[in-house]
Design a protein around this ligand. Structure first.
Ligand code: DP6
Length: 320
């Protein structure tokens, strides 16, 4: 049987950076994110005993480099005695460029694969399976504003505000389209092993999470903006101080930060965040979106702009 699921990337406002248990891919700390609506991945999974091994196509082309992670995720979800799978993924935004493509992909994969295998699993179980493949993917099972709590044994993911309850919007400034040189996982390992700031980063996450959670609960944009920018710059400081240093930004990333600072000085409700790549994500209230988009589009080095409101978690598509 075949099934198709859709999932969107999520953008962390309090970041996941580091693992407490690399073998089980358990994050060192909790994190808080927003799930997008307009950037999306659609994944079709079909189990087929006539295949000799799993197959993966991304946007119509064979994708052997990604296949081992996909196969491992399917083994984890369904056991190694499962049938081989044909997996087809279509994505409407750049892959492996710091836009959380793996989060959307693994979230869609676990939803489609469990249906295709005829197994019924609750969302928390699916989130844990996706998180085993890619820590941030656990959050894309849920919509709106999402918190992931981490313990020594497992993660627990919840929506703390539904997408429609606080209509934040995201403007993504794409400043490079190539794939990144270093995966998030490898970069995190370097940070944990060599950054003198890593221990403090881990230690301070609970207090940043508490501030962000309260800001979401009160819909206090300024407070969320302050803690999200602080947390983002702190994560990048941890990376910059690693040996060798990990710097994902380019000159246009910094130009975009200056654009956001200028908009803030003019009173626009907007803040930035940046992940393991050079793209800048500006989070704003809807009344500022047009202005933020115009300003970022006019910023030196910006190649493309994508816009998205908040959206739902991963789900089966009609007919699946
Ligand atoms: C900077 O989830 O890609 O986007 O678990 O190794 O697959 P792995 O890492 P991944 O890391 C995401 C890092 C981040 C911050 C975040 O999304 O919280």
């Amino acid at each position: 049987m075949s099934a198709t699921a859709q999932a969107q990337p999520n953008i962390a406002l309090v970041k996941y950076w580091g693992k407490r248990n690399p073998a089980r891919n358990l994050p060192a700390t909790g994190s808080l994110s927003i799930t997008l609506a307009s950037l999306l991945t659609r994944m079709t999974v079909e189990f087929d005993d006539s295949l000799s091994q799993d197959e993966l196509r991304v946007n119509g082309a064979a994708a052997p480099a990604m296949l081992p992670r996909v196969s491992a995720c399917l083994d984890h979800l369904l056991g190694e005695r499962r049938s081989p799978a044909a997996v087809n993924s279509d994505c409407n935004f750049p892959i492996a460029a710091g836009l959380a493509s793996s989060a959307a992909a693994f979230a869609a994969l676990v939803v489609a694969a469990s249906r295709a295998a005829g197994v019924t699993l609750d969302t928390q179980t699916l989130a844990r399976a996706a998180g085993y493949a890619s820590g941030s993917a656990a959050r894309s099972l849920y919509g709106g504003i999402v918190e992931l709590a981490a313990s020594d044994t497992e993660v627990a993911v919840t929506t703390i505000r539904a997408a429609g309850e606080w209509p934040l919007e995201v403007v993504v400034a794409v400043t490079a389209t190539g794939t990144k040189q270093l995966s998030s996982g490898d970069a995190m390992k370097l940070s944990a092993e060599s950054s003198p700031f890593y221990a403090q980063w881990v230690e301070q996450q609970d207090s940043d999470l508490a501030v962000a959670r309260a800001a979401v609960s009160e819909k206090n944009f300024d407070s969320l903006a302050a803690v999200a920018e602080h947390n983002c710059l702190k994560m990048h400081s941890v990376m910059w101080a690693s040996r060798p240093p990990v710097v994902f930004w380019n000159a246009a990333t910094i130009n975009c930060m200056e654009t956001v600072r200028k908009l803030q000085r003019q009173g626009a409700p907007v803040f930035f965040t940046i992940d393991a790549g050079p793209q800048l994500k500006a989070v704003c209230l809807p009344e500022a979106t047009e202005r933020v988009e115009r300003a970022l589009r006019a910023t030196d080095g910006v190649i493309d702009i994508m816009r998205s409101p908040l959206g739902e978690g991963a789900r089966l598509l009609d007919g699946s």
